[in-house]
Design a protein around this ligand. Structure first.
Ligand code: KG4
Ligand code: ZN
Length: 337
């Protein structure tokens, strides 16, 4: 069954056609990063407008690239939550209208579940149950996935998301938005032990994350350097980036290790924009090698927001009987389980 997936939860507009949840026929991603960069972060009104301008052509092109017409689809799936409400509404409403016009079932997809489904096209034999970790600009979640559609949240961030911490640290160093990739580049040449950053822990919940203290610590460190030296040198930036990354890696690895111990899962799926980071990928490969756990991380282009992941999850939601009514609304946040 061919599913058209639509993603518009933040600052990427994307449309994709995926067969049986596993075969990507097309996946077009239009990043708005350039529109938001002057403001140092995503501006919701600009995001909604840019989605509106792009959505029709993107869906048309996704069908064209897949070599099919809309009537050949089996369903339309769109992300409905969590995300920026105005942005989500653009993709959701377009998807509902198309499904109505073509007399197709419409499937509403949780964006975080979609990130996990990004692994299915690449790993054809991957099936639940497994442990999953999603880290992006808006979310940091450890989940137990007993079925394709049944998720249980085990841990999440109490404040900033991991990607948000990357972006805010990059901004404080003058590296622009979004900052994850820039931090990775600088970290490669820095000394990870040069800036001592305390490891954050959430008392009483060993699988929850907290990143706002890390960010504050770095901003204070930068302010001190600014006062002392009148600015940051390239070496300062490299050392801060490396020390920050090391801190995030330790936080992530220790919690995933504990979650694997608690749940006993022998498979781990990781996704979300932050998983494009080579240092985090390497650390997880090492952890899983040591624990004899099978690790599944999609290729970097499928870690960030894309519609193929929405189409994949949409297929499994449809198979589980969760076609949505056309009255389906969008939500900025939603419970996973
Ligand atoms: O999944 P995603 O594309 O969008 C959301 O759902 O938020 O993730 C975007 C986040 C941004 O915060 C970005 O800085 C981060 O992923 N990111 C990275 C890297 N590439 C993107 N973080 C660390 N290292 C990277 N190489
Ligand atoms: Zn995302």
């Amino acid at each position: 069954m061919l599913v058209l997936g639509i993603e518009s939860s933040c600052d990427e507009t994307s449309a994709a056609v995926v067969g049986d949840g596993r075969e990507i026929l097309s996946n077009i991603v239009l990043s708005q990063a350039g529109l938001h960069a002057p403001y140092g972060g995503v501006v919701p009104e600009i995001a909604s407008r840019a989605h509106t301008e792009a959505i029709y052509t993107l869906c048309e092109n996704a069908l064209k690239e897949a070599g099919i017409a809309a009537w050949q689809l089996g369903a339309v799936a769109a992300a409905y939550a969590p995300g920026l409400i105005g942005a989500l509404l653009v993709g959701l409403n377009f998807g509902k209208a198309l499904a109505y016009r073509q007399k197709l079932p419409f499937v509403a997809v949780n964006h975080i579940k979609g990130h996990v489904a990004a692994a299915y096209p690449e790993y054809k034999n991957l099936e639940p149950p497994f442990l999953a970790f999603v880290a992006s600009g808006g979310h940091t979640s450890i989940m137990e996935c007993a079925e394709y559609t049944g998720f249980k949240l085990l841990g999440s961030t109490r404040d900033d998301a991991a990607g948000e911490a990357f972006d805010k640290t990059a901004r404080a160093m003058g590296l622009g938005y979004p900052g994850g990739a820039a931090i990775e580049k600088y970290a490669a040449l820095g000394d990870a032990h040069s800036v001592k950053i305390p490891l954050a822990a959430v008392r009483g919940s060993e699988l929850d994350f907290s990143f706002s203290g890390v960010k504050t610590h770095i901003i204070n460190h930068i302010n001190a350097l600014n006062q002392k030296n009148g600015g940051l040198t390239e070496k300062d930036r490299r050392d801060i980036a490396a020390s920050f990354t090391e801190n995030i890696v330790l936080s992530v690895v220790s919690r995933i290790k504990r979650a694997l111990e608690i749940t006993g899962h022998s498979a781990l799926v990781c996704a979300g924009g932050v998983l494009a980071n080579g240092d985090i990928r390497k650390a997880l490969e090492k952890l899983c090698g040591d624990l004899n756990v099978d690790l599944y991380i999609p290729g970097k282009q499928y870690c960030g927001d894309n519609a193929a992941m929405i189409a994949s999850q949409g297929y499994y939601e449809f198979k589980a009987g969760s076609a949505a009514a056309l009255s389906q609304n969008a939500f900025a946040s939603v419970d996973l389980d």
